[in-house]
Design a protein around this ligand. Sequence first.
Ligand code: AHR
Length: 669
Amino acid sequence: MTSNRSLKNKCTSAIFKILTILAISIFVFKTADTLKAQTLQGGKKISPDLFGLFFEDINYSADGGLYAELIQNRSFEYNPAERREWHNLSYWEYISPGYSYGRISVETKAPVHPNNPHYVVLDIEHVGNYEQYKGESGVGLKNPGFDGIVIRNGEKYSFSMFANLLSDEPLDLLVSLQNRKGEVFAKSTVTISFGKWQKYVTELTALADCDSAFLVVLAKNTGKLAMDMVSLFPEKTFKNRPNGLRADLAQILADMKPKFVRFPGGCLVHGDGLGNMYRWKNTIGPVEERKSQRNIWGYHQTTGLGYYEYFLFCEDIDAKPLPVLPAGVSCQNSGGTWRIGGVGQKAIPKEDMPEYVQEICDLIEWANGPATSTWGAKRAAAGHPEPFNLEYIGIGNEDKITPEFEERFKMIFQVVKELYPEITVIGTSGPFHSGEDYDKGWAFARKLGVPVIDEHYYVQPEWLIANQYRYDSYNRKESKVYLGEYASWGNKLRNAMAEAAYLTGLERNGDVVIMASYAPLLAKKGFTQWKTDLIFFDNTSICPTPNYYVQKMFMTNKGDYYFDNVITKNKADSTLAASCVKDSKTGDIIIKLVNAGVVPKTMKVDLSRFKKIAADAEKILLTGSSDAENTFEKPDNVVPVKSVFTVSKTFEYETPAMSLTVIRIKTVK
Ligand code: AHR
């Protein structure tokens, strides 16, 4: 077993060695090896990881979304650099009911942890005791969460906070959940008794439903205390994990059965300037020690949903983790480059690159190293002694392909390749399907022998239909493709059908496109930065788009072999698309038929190459009018419908206008 010190030395010397070697290494197509043309009844092997998820904290997807924390600005770190009107006490109201009085201040002198510098000091000078006052007297704080805290009758909520008693006598805090009128739905008491930072926890049980509750923390006697990390989680998070995920949102993602999850973005990865890059080490360990920061999308990211939670979620839903790390350069749009005065892409100084490359090596050790290694020990301390079995890492996110980018990417790539040959590095080819960065990105990756390239494009539905054969002509001997971000602009059924047609092309080319993920994934109603998204949600409900159902129908009906010449359709009609795959585990043959046009059309299916097929197949149909969409009022307007469908060796199928049909046929042994 390599010791940490020798691993470090090995890594550092490799970095320097590689920096001096300008010779270009031979192409290593590890993935190509695993996908070596194998055949099954004449079928073509397709990637086992073809369909996955792209997760980015955009549109309040994490804080206020998937991350189940119910308190907004829990650690008093909101500030005007994030949003002009924000300050440390945003979303907190100082209260002193019952003619009580005191003082509140935000301080930084002795924080819980230097990464979390601000905290609140409450000085309670007087607690009112007028008999006429019916409510609870005291001095304290009130928080509305993210547009109201949702509580459900009988459900339990875990409250926690860090406190430091700054006066002599213990202080009682009444913690409650109340509605706007002050009606109390849950309460408990915490006694603060230590003159040093300490975590206090209590459980609250809701006695009623409320979609817009407030958390109220009220000191009941005079004294002084410091408070930080004021937190409230539903006890029922996804898989009941502490510091966990909102159960319904996580479940709808799990229901798709994705083969991988890419995280933490998107542009969030390379960040708005060097200081805003997403640095994974800031996002692990105890939450009170993590570094929160401004989100490139214009709000605050607590990093409470950090690398540990992302990896756990992947494990919980049996998906491979795909972390994407900056390639040593910031987003080319840093500082709002599209506006006058932006600063553009910034690069980590060359002399700091060895340390940065080490940071990436450390991630691999954190994910895969033994619990006795330096970084593996941190994973173990968090509660996961077993490795996470990381296979892929992305380096860079649709970066502008500049000399600065190329130099830094190469340093990272060469070191990872040498030290961790088992890891597949995914490179990047700019933000569009073609053009300068695409051409330069591919040329650079080819030269370097990068095994997989991440392509991104957001396009009109017509583009997807017209380009559904894009990957048919990709060179099978070069780098593979990860279609890391794509969508047609819109969430109507016609958008979803264009994507469905395109997805049949991805299946057909599942030997060269080894991974694909629609983006963005989640969007909170009223808080969106991107106009087309897969799943919309608010605090209480979820509205999956027709695009979601298309993704889900492909992900839950995937195969590992692709078969040509099973389905015959009018070749001249580009609104028709189809694919046939076989899932060799179940033996099922799965046919997908797409009609993205406005009139019904017939396709012919010939299953005679498959030995024995069962007559009763499962049919799943998604159809509607071309403008049909799902809304919060009518979330089930466009949903797939299952039925039994009788098949024979050859049959004709009339595809309804604007439809995706999946027919799942059992084979008989
Ligand atoms: O998916 C939204 C954004 O689109 C991503 O952050 C970025 O990578 C792309 O431009």
